[in-house]
Ligand binder design. Structure first.
Ligand SMILES: Cc1cc2nc3c(=O)[nH]c(=O)nc-3n(C[C@H](O)[C@H](O)[C@H](O)COP(=O)(O)O)c2cc1C
Length: 189
């Protein structure tokens, strides 16, 4: 018998301060949130590390919310938890990068999802456009300028205009049902 998800009632009107974070959904009943999490977790995704400079230091976190949005102009999005330092001092001028991890970078995914003091320890990286950290041995990088931000519940949707993208050989890291795997050899082009 499939489990059913009953949606909470629609949140009320939009608040004008919803650009970065919008907490309207927080007073919705949290019932069935575990089912919601598990259902979302059944969707296979790639795994990326989104990076930026924060107080002139490299900063990054693991995400699986990356998606392509538009070809013309080239837009991508990531969803970032509102409490994340990633959103600190975040403005229209902020530059960031999405580093799509390879199947050999499971440890990197774990490190950038952990509360460790320096997530860049033992991770090779270089400074890209505007010094934004670009990780080595990834399968692709997207260097972005902020296009739009939209608060959405406990996350913020960050849409980036892609200023530079690089594609490398190799199989991407994938994530599904709380486990990592790889998708293919990545050698088809
Ligand atoms: C596979 C995976 C995917 C994740 N995806 C996201 C995501 O899309 N957005 C997000 O805000 N956090 C995501 N996280 C959680 C963050 O990586 C994790 O909470 C991290 O510690 C946040 O760091 P921060 O407190 O420096 O922001 C993900 C974690 C894992 C392991």
């Amino acid at each position: 018998m499939p489990q059913r998800l009953h949606l909470a009632k629609e949140p009320s009107t939009a608040s004008p301060r919803s650009q970065i974070c919008d907490s309207r959904a927080c007073d919705q009943p949290s019932i069935e949130s575990s089912l919601f999490r598990h259902a979302c977790g059944a969707v296979p995704t790639g795994v990326s590390v989104v990076t930026r400079l924060l107080d002139n230091q490299p900063y990054g976190l693991t995400v699986n919310s990356f998606a392509s949005v538009s070809l013309k102009p080239p837009l991508i999005l990531v969803c970032i938890e509102c409490r994340s330092p990633f959103l600190r001092t975040f403005t229209q001028e902020t530059r960031f990068a999405v580093n799509v991890l390879s199947h050999a970078q499971r440890a990197v995914a774990i490190q950038f999802a952990s509360p460790c003091a320096d997530r860049f320890v033992q991770v090779a990286w270089t400074g890209g456009l505007h010094g934004v950290p670009l990780l080595s041995q990834v399968v692709a990088t997207f260097e972005c300028k902020v296009w739009r931000t939209q608060g959405a519940g406990d996350h913020s949707v960050i849409i980036g205009l892609v200023k530079n993208a690089v594609l490398y050989r190799g199989a991407p890291l994938a994530f599904c049902r709380k486990d990592y795997c790889s998708i293919n050899s990545g050698e088809t082009h």
